[in-house]
Structures are given as C-alpha cells and as structure tokens.
Design a protein around this ligand. Structure first.
Ligand code: 6PG
Length: 477
C-alpha cells in the first residue's frame, strides 16, 4: 500500500466526511481513531474510496503510514481531547511535520498550540471548518491560521476539498497563530445573530400575525428567491414545513424552545468586548439563547405578568406587511455583519494578523452555514478596501437606506406587542448610534467627572478639563 498524502485522527461524523472528501479528490488518506472498531466501520462504509484509505489502529503505525513531511489533521472534540491527541502525536512526529487542528477550537488555544508546536520544531495549522457534516463531505468553507509556509504545504489539499464559488475555492489563509479559529468564531457569532433574527421574524409571524408553520415556511421559501437568498433561510423554510411522523403535527410546534450552544457565539461576544468593539446583535443572540434555556422561569414569569400567551388569546392581533418583515431582516443582517467585520478588523490590528477581510467574505460565499448571496455583495464592497464599517460602504448605504424604515416598523411593533426583538432591536440601535453625529456620551463624561474627576474634553477648548461640582445629598445611615 502506498503512503497517505495526509492523515486524519478522529472518525466522528465530521472527521469521516472530511476523510471521504479528501479521498474523493484523489488523495490517499491514512486514518486513525481512538476507538479502533470505528476505523473498521469507516473503511467498510467507504465504498469505492476504500482503496485510497490506509487504516491504522496504532498511532505509531498510523504516523509512519503518511508521507513525510507529514500533514495530520485532527478532528476530535474541542478542548482537552485536542491537547491529549497532540501530546500523544508529538511522541511520533519528525521535524517539520504539521498538525492541522480542525475542530471548533477557541483561538486562544490555537495560539498556545501554535507556539508549543513551533518550539518543538513542528508545524501547526488551526483551521476553522464550517458547513456541518454535509459541508465536510462535499466542500466546507475553511479558514486557515498558522505559519504561511505550512499553509503553502497544505494549500493544495485544503483548497481541493473546500467548497467552490464560481470555481474559486472557499479555503484560504487568514493569518498566523490562531487567526483561522478566530475568523471561524466570528463566523459563528454572525451565524448566531443571523439565526436569532430569523427566529424573531418567525415569532412575529407566529404570535403576531397568527400564521401557521406551513404559511411561515412558504414565506421563507419565497424569500430564498430574493435578496435574502441564503442557506439559513433555506433551512428555515424546510424546518417550518416538517411534519412530525408520530403525531402528524408540525414538528416545529413540538420542538422545545431551548437553544443549545457549544460556546463559539459566546466567544465572539467575549472577543468583541475584550477588543472594545460594539457587537450588540451578536451579544443579543447569545443572550437570547441564554434566556431560551430558562424555560421554567419563563413559563412562571408569563403567568406573573399575564403576558403574551403564545398560541393564546392575543395571537394574530398585529398587522404588518410580509415585505416589511423581509426588508427588516435585510437591514438587521447588514448591521449584524457590520459588527462581525468590525470585530475582525479590530482583532486584525490587535494581533497583527492582517486579516484579509474581502477574502473572508469570499470564502463565506459557499460551503459555510452563513453562505448567502449577500456575502458576494459584501466581498465586492470589501475588495475596494478602506471600508471603515460596512454600514458606510456605498453599496450598503443604499441597501440600508432602502430597508431601515422596515426595521423601525418591526422593532416598534415588537415593542408595543410584546414580541421580542432582542437581536433586530440591537441591530437598529447599533445603526442609529453609529450614524449619530452628536450622541449622548457627553452626559456620561459629565457624570464620570462628577463622581470620579475623570475629566472630559470640550468642543471649544484644548486639553482635558475638570469641573467643580456641587456636593450631593448625604446618604442617611
Ligand atoms: C459551522 C457551525 C458549526 C457549529 C454548529 C453548532 O460553521 O459548521 O457553526 O461549527 O458547531 O453550528 O453551534 P452551536 O451548538 O454553538 O449552536
């Protein structure tokens, strides 16, 4: 048997599909898994690709079955299992071998692993892979971080297995260290915001307009033909149309409204806060998931406040044109993406990554969960360079101008009718605050100086100023 062009450790759904994708592109692939029985199962299920697979239950043999300098892709659970796998692998590697870690890792872990492996004389690429199991099998979006020379070594295979948009591969180099996983994290933050905004619009349809799941589904399906064309809108159309086999009822009405989360959305919000960048829609989406988890508390609170009873008496009592909902979603989406790209821009400066913002929009056009028509327009805007914020890129100014009033209508309708718009509302406030030449932070500065002598700048004089403030009333003790 020939040696593998690359190896994979971890034959879960994602790892298996990546391995098959690699074999499909004509490469020989060495495979290893901690539970050996899974290796046999995988080989059995590989069909005509079987001949390109080199299985090995022993780690040492697995390493030897790969062409040197070796490329070994790890697809195991993020966190400790990754570190354990790397530690075990290091015992068997030769200088210049490269470990390619492809899980949903925190970029800070990738930075650490990059340094550790570099000191030991090995290469490390931390790659963000998006597109779920189907993407892994037929073409994901791949965001690569690490040393450029190692990217150049892995480029051919990674670009071959990546999704293609009009012939261009959706696998690209983001920057050194943890840059790839950072970009993937922000991808997921945007994914959270995108999903939450769609959810809020669904909420208005269901609880405000009293629409059935099937009727909602039809609307999302029709939107997928227009400017909102995207994977997540398509998915939404399918989810809303699904009928539960056991009961014959719409499945969506039986799914418990508690969203799971594995951490990447939260990491995005944390990164934004650390960088001092406003990412309110991403934060709102993370917060909405946290509140969704509090099912019992919400049920109790609805009773206390005699609140909007979902599916109950005040369902279907609002009026709004469906096209206004579509436009609101477009406007909300622009603001959320503007936030995501602002975080990327700030991180790029902070970590000296030189993140290729236009290329990021490009590799998100296909393969990944947030793929959309909209990202093509975004990549064109970013390609022109020097975009301070997407909200002021000319193409997006036009789109935002055309759709902002719809967002206002939806958010105000939501506020009056107790239909939550945590994320859409955050997007609108972000937009309004960003374009407000004269904000209200002057008052904050006055307050800060009052209680802490922090000082403030004035519009009519140079230098930091302080004021003499009157005493406040003593607090009774
Ligand atoms: C992707 C997805 C994927 C993520 C899931 C679940 O880009 O393919 O982002 O990486 O694991 O979407 O994430 P949550 O469990 O946090 O929702």
């Amino acid at each position: 048997m020939e040696q593998g062009d690359i190896g994979i450790i971890g034959l879960g759904v994602m790892g298996s599909n990546l391995a098959l994708n690699i074999a499909d592109k004509g490469y020989n692939i060495a495979v290893h898994n901690r539970t050996a029985s899974r290796i046999d199962e995988f080989v059995e299920g590989a069909g005509k690709l079987k001949n390109q697979i080199i299985p090995n239950a022993q780690l040492a043999d697995f390493v030897l079955s790969i062409k040197a300098p070796r490329m070994i892709l790890i697809m195991v659970k993020a966190g400790k299992p990754v570190d354990q796998t790397i530690a075990a692998l290091m015992e068997h590697l030769d200088e210049d071998d490269i470990i390619i870690e492809a899980g949903n890792s925190n970029f800070t872990d990738s930075e650490r692993r990059f340094e550790t492996l570099k000191r030991a004389g090995f290469g490390f690429l931390g790659i963000g892979v998006s597109g779920g199991s189907e993407g892994a099998r037929f073409g994901p979006s791949i965001m690569v971080g690490g040393a450029k020379k190692h990217w150049l070594q892995a480029k051919e295979i990674l670009q071959a297995i990546g999704a293609k948009f009009k012939g261009e591969s959706c696998a690209d180099y983001m920057g050194t260290g943890g840059a790839g996983h950072f970009v993937k994290t922000i991808h997921n933050g945007i994914e959270y915001a995108d999903m939450q905004m769609i959810g809020e619009i669904y909420g208005i349809m269901r609880d405000g307009l009293g629409m059935s799941p099937l009727a909602c589904s039809e609307i999302f399906k029709s939107w997928n033909e227009g400017p909102l064309n995207s994977y997540l809108i398509e998915v939404t159309g399918h989810v809303l149309a699904k009928i539960d086999k056991k009961t014959g009822k719409p499945l969506i009405d039986l799914i418990v409204d508690q969203a799971g989360q594995k951490g990447t959305g939260r990491w995005s919000a944390i990164a934004a806060t650390k960088l001092g960048v406003a990412a309110t829609s991403i934060e709102g989406a993370v917060a909405a998931r946290a509140l969704s988890a509090l099912k019992q508390e919400r049920v109790a609170a609805e009773k206390i406040y005699n609140g909007r009873q979902t599916g109950g008496k005040n369902q279907g009592n609002v009026e709004i044109a469906i096209e206004i909902l579509e436009q609101a979603l477009i406007a909300g989406k622009i603001a959320a993406y503007a936030q995501g790209f602002a975080v990327l821009k700030a991180a790029s400066e902070e970590h000296e990554w030189d993140l290729p913002l236009a290329s990021i929009a490009k590799i998100w056009r296909a393969g990944c969960i947030i793929r959309s028509k909209f990202l093509d327009e975004m990549s064109l805007a970013l390609e022109k360079g020097n975009v301070q914020n997407l909200l002021v890129a000319p193409e997006f100014v036009t789109m935002m101008s055309n759709n902002q009033n719809a967002l206002r209508q939806v958010v105000s309708l939501g506020a009056i009718n107790a239909l939550p718009t945590m994320c859409l509302g955050a997007a609108l406030s972000y937009f309004d605050t960003y374009k407000m030449a004269n904000g209200t932070a002057n008052l904050i500065q006055g307050q800060r100086d009052f209680f802490g002598a922090h000082g403030f700048y004035m519009s009519d004089r140079e230098g930091m100023q302080n004021e003499d403030w009157p005493p406040t009333l003593a607090v009774e003790t």
